[in-house]
Design a protein around this ligand. Structure first.
Ligand SMILES: NC(=O)c1ccc[n+]([C@@H]2O[C@H](COP(=O)([O-])OP(=O)(O)OC[C@H]3O[C@@H](n4cnc5c(N)ncnc54)[C@H](O)[C@@H]3O)[C@@H](O)[C@H]2O)c1
Ligand SMILES: O=c1ccn([C@@H]2O[C@H](COP(=O)(O)OP(=O)(O)O[C@H]3O[C@H](CO)[C@@H](O)[C@H](O)[C@H]3O)[C@@H](O)[C@H]2O)c(=O)[nH]1
Length: 329
């Protein structure tokens, strides 16, 4: 049984809703703050309290934090598409970096000194080292990646000057769905590879466009490290425990890279269907290879339990197949 209250921004979204479910499963008292721009009310379990608010609304954030009793803030709310951030960089910097900093400031003013950030592999560029360790070279290739780095830096100063304890959890590619079938991935429009490949297989969309096959990788397509959302949720709970001892920065992935073509093959294996696809131009902002070294999190006791790509894909496939219109809202 977890005591105290937890605020989860973006808890109606894909990754956030899986953490909310994990917190609720442990008996925690959870408040979700979300503007439902990309999230869904139906992804939030009835045991959690929902506050409809935009992160830019500092007054409302202050009012919620002033209620008191908060153990920690989990900050998921963000715009999160690499490609989109290259078309509207200022929007990403304002929405992610500026709003994130205001949230941290509000936490400091209300004495909420534990903060867990959804950070990203997009801080890194091509691996000087592969897999990429936490102290790998920071070199964001997109405004999205930079917006998250700015929040990491803000947390650094909040820690140095105000004693805030923080966890920067740099997810590589979040994927899969709740193995119990309660939650899944439903972005509109969808931009993430695995649900797009699945929908192409199910004939729910036209052929998948493979963004570039001339990268310096064995099959020419980009390589990513897909990590199951439920394993990410577990990492958040572990990070929270570790904040008692100090701040943490963890790269979270399986340490195994899979190319776009390998993901297509995995969906074909799992579904028994064919994935129509064609080669399209590269997408600006994409790095060729992003694979995590999650040594720090593993040394702290984190062990992903849904690590195999086929297992990740099969949980995603099961949810998508069972929910043709996603959350339906
Ligand atoms: N999905 C991934 O592969 C991945 C990888 C690395 C990092 N991340 C990060 O993890 C977090 C969650 O990603 P996701 O895939 O679940 O995204 P998502 O879009 O499903 O969830 C984001 C949630 O935040 C809410 N939100 C967005 N802007 C808001 C605002 N200004 N005010 C209030 N609520 C707002 C949305 O409505 C949504 O519910 C993001 O911070 C993202 O950058 C995601
Ligand atoms: O229709 C598509 C969609 C994607 N891709 C490719 O598939 C890979 C994965 O793309 P996507 O699922 O969009 O994820 P990323 O761009 O790698 O970004 C995700 O992973 C990042 C961390 O690596 C997070 O920060 C982002 O929030 C999250 O969207 C990339 O090489 C894309 O070029 C295609 O070829 N065709």
């Amino acid at each position: 049984m977890m005591t105290g209250r937890f605020l989860v921004t973006g808890g109606a979204g894909y990754v956030g809703s899986h953490l909310v479910a994990a917190l609720v499963d442990q008996g925690a008292s959870v408040t979700v703050m979300d503007n439902f721009r990309t999230g869904h009310r139906a992804a939030v379990p009835p045991q959690a309290r929902l506050v409809a608010a935009d992160l830019a609304d500092v007054e409302q954030i202050d009012a919620v934090l002033a209620e008191g009793g908060w153990q920690a803030v989990f900050h998921f709310a963000a715009l999160s598409q690499v490609g989109e951030s290259m078309r509207m960089p200022m929007r990403y910097l304002l929405d992610n970096a500026a709003n994130g900093m205001r949230l941290i400031d509000s936490c400091i003013r209300h004495g909420v000194m534990r903060f867990v950030l959804s950070s990203t592999a997009a801080l890194f560029n091509e691996p000087g080292e592969a897999p990429i360790p936490e102290d790998g070279r920071i070199d964001p290739q997109s405004a999205y990646g930079d917006s998250k780095w700015m929040i990491e830096r803000a947390l650094h100063w909040a820690g140095q000057v105000h004693g805030m304890r923080y966890a920067c959890l740099r997810y590589f590619n979040a994927a899969g769905a709740d193995p119990a079938g309660r939650l899944g991935e439903d972005h509109r429009p969808e931009s993430h590879l695995i649900p797009l490949v699945i929908d192409a297989a199910l004939d729910r969309r036209p052929a998948l466009e493979v963004y570039g096959d001339d990268y310096p990788t064995p099959d020419g397509t980009c390589i990513r490290d897909y990590i199951h959302v439920s394993d990410l949720a577990t990492a958040h709970l572990l990070a929270l425990e570790h904040l008692d001892r100090g701040s943490v920065v963890w790269n979270l992935g399986n340490g195994a890279g899979h190319s776009v073509r390998q993901v297509i093959a995995a969906v074909e294996r799992v579904s028994g269907l064919t994935v129509p696809h064609r080669i399209a131009p590269r997408r600006p902002g994409d790095a060729a290879v992003l694979v995590a070294s999650s040594r720090r999190a593993q040394e702290a006791g984190w062990k992903p339990v849904h690590a195999a790509l086929d297992e990740i894909v099969s949980t995603a496939f099961a949810w998508r197949k069972a929910h043709p219109s996603g959350y339906g809202d």
